[in-house]
Design a protein around this ligand. Sequence first.
Ligand code: ADP
Length: 257
Amino acid sequence: MTLVRLTGVSKHYGNVIALREVSMDVAAGEVVCVLGDNGAGKSTLIKIVAGLHRHDSGTYEVAGEPVAFGSPREALDRGIATVYQDLAVVPLMPVWRNFFLGSEKRRGIGRLDIPYMRRETRDALLNMGIDLRDVDQPIGTLSGGERQCVAIARAVYFGAKVLILDEPTAALGVKQAGVVLRYIVRAREQGIGVIFITHNPHHAYPVGDRFLVLKRGRSIGYHPKSEITVADLTALMSGGAELEELAHELERESAEG
Ligand code: ADP
């Protein structure tokens, strides 16, 4: 089932065209990677999907219905959740408190149901394969990778169908990035549609089902895994494909000339 579909979507900021007729779609249980260098349009794309910005033209559909979200809340209500790189957590508060931040469970008037929230947090994390014995520890004591995983588990627990992950591995070492990548696979196994933003083809390739490569706001490749190798992705990203094409053209011209 297709959860999210963008067709020919464009967006400009003043004179800058940030996205130019970009199309992509995400189905349940699928990881779509969006790759590109700085300024490629990745953030603009996810801000549109997440309801932070509106597209200028083209169509954006959720479960087959055209939408134009006015706020991230509206997107969230349709099951589209975003986990940003700089997570909004309260470092000194326990893991369970951060997990339920803004959605606290109460017993009667005002009183927090702490045992319930502790239990649910532990179970939700276990369900996604994180065995965190102590959910009372301040979230600030977890590693960056673990914090990302808690944020992903949280979005899934609160009903996300589509998860947008904004450079979740960018600030992490190899081991921690591995923790998050495993977690992305877990989310996919649970039937979540994942949009994984990264500029690292080596992080994208092992977990991705499809790959959208953006360059200066344009789509320069949109391929299922069966059609593309990690070397192709790297070449596309670095502009190697363009250089190769130019080299071929020059060869042809000099052969002809
Ligand atoms: P990426 O996330 O791939 O680095 P962005 O979507 O942030 O790319 O940026 C795409 C283009 O749009 C860039 O040229 C950037 O400078 C421009 N841009 C992004 N946000 C704004 C904004 N709020 N106002 C003006 N220009 C912007």
